[in-house]
Design a protein around this ligand. Sequence first.
Ligand code: MN
Ligand code: MN
Length: 459
Amino acid sequence: MERPNAWKSYNDEQLVDLEKLCDDYRNFLDQGKTERECVKVAIKMAEEAGYRNLKDIIKNNESLTSGDKVYTEIMGKCLAMFNIGSKSLEEGMNILGAHIDSPRLDVKQNPLYEDSDFAYLDTHYYGGVKKYQWVATPLAIHGVVVKKDGTVIDVVIGEDNDDPVVAVSDLLIHLSGNQMDKKASVVIEGEQLDVIVGSKPVAGEEKEAVKAQILGILKNKYDFEEEDFLSAELEVVPAGKARNAGIDSSMIMAYGQDDRVCAFTSLVAMLNVKNVEKTSCCLLVDKEEVGSVGATGMESRFFENSVAEVMDRVGDYSELKLRHCLANSCMLSSDVNAGYDPMFAEVYEKKNASFLGRGMVFSKFTGSGGKGYSNDANAEYIAYLREIMERENIHYQFAELGKVDVGGGGTIAYILALYGMNVIDCGVAVLNMHAPYEITSKADIYETECGYEVFLKNA
Ligand code: MN
Ligand code: MN
C-alpha cells in the first residue's frame, strides 16, 4: 500500500498556499524557540483571530455561547484554546494536541564560573539528545530571569546578526585519538556541555576577572545579578533562523520542529476553522520531552480544569457532564514521526515507515518493546478518520517508529486516552529528529495543516 508523493498532485494555487504556510511556519519557529516564546506567539495569533482570555471572561462574569473563542494559559508555558460549537459540550470535542518543548541545554541554577580565563555557564541537558551534536556549533540563550521583586526579564542572546553567539567546545581532531575510540554516548558527556560565554578579563580585577566582566554586562544590559540565576529559566538552543532546505527549497531545516511543526499546523487549523458543530480545542503543552510531568505537562489537571471552566461559562457544567464531554471527545495527538532515511535504512521497516512528502502520518501506536506503554488507537476510529481524510483528498500515510525492537518513543496520546476518548497519533515526518537542526517536507506541513482542518470540521 505505497502512498503517492503529495508534490505530484499540486496545482499552482496549492503551491502558492503551501509556500505561504511555510513562510509563516519559519517565522513562527524564529519567534518561538522556547515553550514560553511559543505561547506568546500563539496567544498573539489567537487574539488577532478573536480569541479572548478565559480569565477575563470569568472575572467579568460573562457567559459563553456557540461561536465564542477563548484560550487559557498556564504559567506562560502551556495553552488551551476552545472554539465553542453549536452542539452541547457534553457531546464531546475535537481536540488537537501538540507539544512546544524541545530538546536543549538548560542553564543550571548556579551556572557561572571561570576556568583558565574562560567564563562558562554550566548546563543540564533537557530531553533526549545526542550530546556530541551540541558542540562546535553557534548557540543562543533564550529565557527569563525572575528577580525577587517579581520582575520578569526576557533574555535573548545570539539571534540578531550583530548579536554574539555562545558555544560548547569540542576536542581538536589532532588530539582525539582516545576520544575517537569511545562509544558515541560518551564521546561528549553531560558535564562537558558547559557553554563558553566570555574570555575578556576586567582590567585591575585580581580574581575571576573574566566572570566579573560577564556579570558587569548582565547587570548593565539586563539588570540582574549572579544570585538571580537561582530563579531563572534559560535555555541554550541552536542560534539562527529556520531555513528553506534543498536546492529545490522543498524542505525546511530548523531547530525544534519536534514538535513545533505539529504545534504550528494545529494552531493554524484551529484559527482557520471558524464555525463548528462540535467544540474544537487546541492544546499546546510543555514537558513532553521529559515525560509530560509537572504543572504545565499533559499529565497536569489543567486541561480538565479548563474544560470544566468553559462548561461552567456555557452554563452547562456538572461533574458528570464534564466526564461525558471528555469521554465523547476525539483527539489527534499531533506529534512527529521518524521519516524514512535511506542512509540509515537498517532501522526502518519500509512497508510501515513514513516518507517525507507523502503526507500526514498516522501511528496506530507508539511505545517500544512489544507496543509497551502505547496508546493503541481503535480500529473503528481509524476507519472513521480514513473516510473523512479521503473524502477531502488529504494525503496521509500510516507508519510505525522504526523496526520492531529497534527503539521507540512516546507522545501525549496515552494521557488523553485515560478519559476514555478516541486518540490517535498523527503528525509530520521528520528527518534527524532531536538533532539541533531537523528536516521536514513542506508538502507534509501543508497536508497536515489541511488534514487538521478536515478533522476539526468533520470529526
Ligand atoms: Mn514529539
Ligand atoms: Mn521528541
